[in-house]
Design a binder for this molecule. Structure first.
Ligand SMILES: [Zn+2]
Length: 193
């Protein structure tokens, strides 16, 4: 149902509260008498309310999930052996953990750190002040930290690249008795078959 043509713009302006009072006053009087204009006014009001209730979308979570899907697909493509896949899974869970941090807040981090330090009393719990400095050592070259969850968290806090390097190094070390299959060596095996 169309409003009176001369009132169409004015009605929209009235809904948007962009009308001077001397223009709004006669229009309201008209709305009281004219059903077509009144219906149009209600229609526009309803649409404006809907627009106001639409919340701005948070693209951060969507892009994080997308990034991890892409990374997961890329790693699956590389034909990584099972033991390395488990390390990748572990690493990915840390990525999730990092994504969750802003949501959970610092209290949850503190509780997590506390729980981990209770469960592993031999490893000094990383305090909030020293979380960025993984395992300082005065003598000789810096060795890798023990493969514990709290140490991984410390490294992940510092840099995800460092965590990646650490996981790769420890994965290579713990499986030194078995042959290491890389993507290229698998390709060679496939070519021989
Ligand atoms: Zn009218």
């Amino acid at each position: 149902m169309n409003p009176c043509s001369q009132n169409r713009k004015l009605i929209v302006c009235l809904v948007m509260e962009a009308l001077e009072e001397q223009e709004a006053q006669p229009l309201r009087l008209h709305l009281g008498k004219c059903e077509r204009c009144r219906n149009y006014f209600e229609e526009i009001s309803h649409a404006a309310q809907k627009l106001n209730t639409v919340k701005p979308s948070t693209n951060i979570h969507a892009s994080n999930a997308f990034h991890q899907r892409v990374m997961g697909a890329l790693r699956a493509e590389e034909r990584i052996p099972a033991w390395q896949m488990s390390l990748v899974q572990l690493q990915r869970s840390f990525l999730n953990w990092r994504v969750a941090v802003p949501v959970l807040g610092t209290a949850a981090i503190f509780i997590t750190t506390l729980c981990l330090s209770i469960r592993q009393p031999t490893v000094p719990a990383p305090t909030l002040a020293s979380a960025g400095n993984p395992v300082p050592n005065a003598s000789g070259p810096k060795p890798d930290p023990e493969p514990t969850i709290s140490n991984y968290q410390t490294v992940a806090n510092h840099s995800l690249e460092k965590l990646d390097e650490l996981l790769t190094r420890q994965g290579t070390r713990t499986s030194s008795s078995t042959p290491v299959y890389t993507a290229s060596s698998l390709a060679q095996v496939n070519a021989l078959e």
